[in-house]
Design a protein around this ligand. Structure first.
Ligand code: FES
Length: 110
């Protein structure tokens, strides 16, 4: 599947999540405080909650419903009740635009 241009990097607000849907896959994009852009699955692995409605806390995105904080780097929840990771997608930046191919997830070493 080809990658899709999702938005301009300048549309992202630091330490806030932005929800995008690429090929029916909901994804939360986060510009962290180091200026790095992360893309993780937007649906909490504990319930049908959009993670991008939650809070960026350091290097995690926290679900507002029950407080599980998912690592932006690995998708792994750092605390219960969620225990399954969400996918992490490869982000490419080109000419200031953010591209994602939702069929390509990062290989994470657990
Ligand atoms: S729905 Fe996200 S932690 Fe429960």
């Amino acid at each position: 599947m080809p990658r899709t241009k999702v938005l301009a990097a300048s549309d992202l607000v630091q330490d806030q999540a932005t929800r995008v849907v690429v090929d029916d896959v909901p994804i939360a994009l986060v510009l962290d405080s180091n200026g790095e852009i992360h893309a993780i699955g937007d649906t909490c692995s504990h319930g049908q909650i959009s993670l991008s409605e939650g809070f960026v806390e350091g290097d995690t995105l926290e679900c507002w419903a029950h407080g599980s904080a998912f690592s932006l780097a690995t998708g792994v929840p750092q605390n219960l009740p969620a225990y399954e990771p969400v996918p992490v997608y490869v982000v490419e930046i080109e000419d200031g635009d953010v591209y994602i191919d939702p069929s390509v997830t990062k290989e994470i070493e657990q």
